[in-house]
Design a protein around this ligand. Structure first.
Ligand code: F6R
Length: 236
């Protein structure tokens, strides 16, 4: 594992964007696994700049997102599809038809999740998976659990996740209680993992995840078994 501590959010974002850009430059038809949340916003903005400067070309890239709330339509500003369109896809020259976010409004969620895994498999898996980490150690929305769940699946969000994400909604009651998330198999089979983490409040869970026991109670701890993980952390 490579662990970088940098002194600002700006540096974390630039470094992460450079790693993603290098991936796309060396393999133009890369499959990128993407995350939402506040942490990667700066990374996405920097990728937009790199693309505008002509340094990276996303025209052959395919993306698969980690997760989506259940019940939020794409027009809802808090849906992850809306977030991705706004914070990344509108800034780069990607073909929107090559961008995939689980559909949390699918009439048949069981079918949706199994098709999502099939899609990732048909794409040949993920070349680089960008991750954040939840305050409870979640990656994607794989919440602390008795087991690591393999497939894409529906989850009931942990109360701490609902509280943490309430900042994006008018009130905590508006945060959906369920989400669809990629499972551990697609994440662990990604060829490279890049995790961005900011804020002193994440330091403790980061230590548990990467230096503590591997346990589904700290879902990110499974990444200790991945052969190519880069973590970029800033206290800011
Ligand atoms: C979002 C996701 C989550 C976030 C995590 C951290 O797609 O997969 O695991 O990465 O909740 O969120 P922020 O960055 O808002 O602290």
């Amino acid at each position: 594992m490579k662990f970088f501590t940098v002194d600002s959010y700006e540096k974390m974002s630039r470094q992460a964007a450079n790693i993603i850009a290098a991936q796309v430059i060396s393999k133009p038809n890369s499959v990128l696994g993407l995350a939402t949340g506040s942490t990667p916003i700066g990374t996405y903005a920097r990728l937009g700049e790199l693309c505008a400067q002509g340094d990276v070309d996303f025209s052959e890239v395919t993306t698969v997102n980690l997760d989506e709330y259940v019940g939020l339509p794409v027009e809802n500003e808090q849906s992850y599809r809306y977030f991705m369109n706004k914070n990344l896809f509108s800034l780069i020259n990607i073909d929107l038809a090559h961008t995939f976010v689980p559909n949390g409004c699918a009439p048949d969620i069981e079918k949706e999740v199994s098709e999502y895994d099939l899609r990732i498999e048909r794409l040949g898996g993920i070349d680089l998976q960008l991750l954040g980490i939840g305050i409870d150690g979640h990656i994607g929305f794989n919440e602390p659990n008795d087991v690591f769940v393999k497939e894409t699946h529906e989850v009931v969000l942990d109360p701490s996740t609902i509280t943490a994400n309430a900042r994006f909604f008018e009130k905590e009651e508006d945060v959906p209680k369920k989400a669809v998330t990629m499972g551990m198999q697609a994440i662990m089979q990604a060829k490279k993992i890049l995790m961005v983490v900011n804020g002193k409040k994440k330091e403790e869970i980061l230590k548990k995840a990467f230096f503590g026991p591997i346990t589904p109670q700290v879902p990110a701890s499974i990444l200790q078994l991945h052969p190519d993980v880069t973590v970029i952390y800033t206290e800011e």
